[in-house]
Design a protein around this ligand. Structure first.
Ligand SMILES: C[S@@+](CC[C@H](N)C(=O)[O-])C[C@H]1O[C@@H](n2cnc3c(N)ncnc32)[C@H](O)[C@@H]1O
Ligand code: SF4
Length: 269
């Protein structure tokens, strides 16, 4: 299919593992609950090759869970890079394993024009450790550019002598997640809020997510532990709904009940 005929999704996330080494309170993709599992690139390459024939994506993020804990991470990175060669491609990571992933630095150096890392610091105590990981990973003198435009988070871009770039994001707060765990039964459910008001509140409503070869409206729908309260968008529905969205010029595919109506912020400790 010619690129002008493809459906354009402004940004999409690839969710490649539920595993994480941290358990941040309120993790928006539930990885603090220690759900397990990761996906290999080989298993999903054929389906993503088909997707690449249909959708154009200018901005892609690979995440999880902690993506660098997926033993097949480098295959995902190079596979996605090959299928969408012009996309801005970033990997969102907590950086704990940054210096253990063989080939990562070399790959970023080779693809420095449009391939980066985004490192999140979610814990005041670990700021020094994470910054050490970043500085050990980069090579030679670095240039740093600060961005203080967001009152709740601090950002800085660090670029090294080989052109490898890392965006460091220091989070001041997390909002509560969509999942509820019943303390007696230990069972999980999701909020069941007013569909329109909850969707208006949601900070993830434009985070289209690929998981297990399917495209979901967001990471909450994709990563929820059990299907139930929210409709999962199947591929054919999605194509229809994207056309509707393009026609009506709206960014939201439709409402969602999973976001709590009263959003509370939890300041990072
Ligand atoms: C779920 S994490 C996965 C990637 C990686 N483990 C990390 O922490 O950077 C993806 C992004 O979601 C953000 N995030 C997770 N839970 C959040 C919450 N409750 N509120 C705000 N941002 C959140 C993190 O800061 C991170 O940038
Ligand atoms: S925010 Fe990232 S580091 Fe923290 S629990 Fe979630 S996936 Fe892990």
């Amino acid at each position: 299919m010619q690129s002008s005929q493809k459906i354009r999704l402004p940004s999409v996330e690839f969710y490649i593992t539920n595993v994480c080494n941290l358990a941040c309170e309120g993790c928006n993709r539930f990885n603090n609950h220690r759900f397990r599992g990761f996906q290999t690139w080989k298993e999903y390459e054929p389906i993503y090759t088909k997707w690449a024939e249909q959708v154009q994506i200018p901005s892609i993020a690979i995440l999880g869970g902690e993506p660098l804990l997926n033993p097949d991470f480098m295959s995902w990175l190079s596979g996605i890079r090959e299928l969408w060669p012009y996309a801005k491609l970033t990997t969102v990571t907590n950086a704990y394993r940054l210096n253990q992933v063989s080939g990562l630095y070399h790959f970023l150096k080779q693809h420095q024009k449009n391939t980066y890392l985004q490192v999140g610091i979610h814990n005041k105590k670990n700021k020094k450790f994470v910054m050490n990981q970043v500085n050990n990973f980069l090579s030679g003198p670095t240039e740093v550019e600060f961005d203080n435009s967001d009152p709740y988070n601090e950002f800085m871009w660090i670029r090294d002598s080989n052109g490898v770039s890392i965006k460091v994001e220091y989070n001041w707060w997390f909002h509560q997640g969509s999942i509820i765990q019943d303390l007696e039964t230990q069972r999980f459910s999701l909020h069941n809020s007013d569909v329109d008001r909850a969707h208006a509140n949601c900070s993830m409503k434009t985070c289209y997510t690929f998981m297990h070869g399917k495209l979901y409206k967001c990471g909450v729908v994709a990563g929820q532990p059990k299907p139930g309260q929210m409709k999962i968008i199947k591929r054919d529905d999605l194509v229809q709904q994207i056309y509707a969205w393009l026609t009506f010029g709206e960014l939201n595919i439709h409402g969602c009940s999973a976001t709590p109506l009263a959003i509370s912020l939890c300041w990072i400790q």
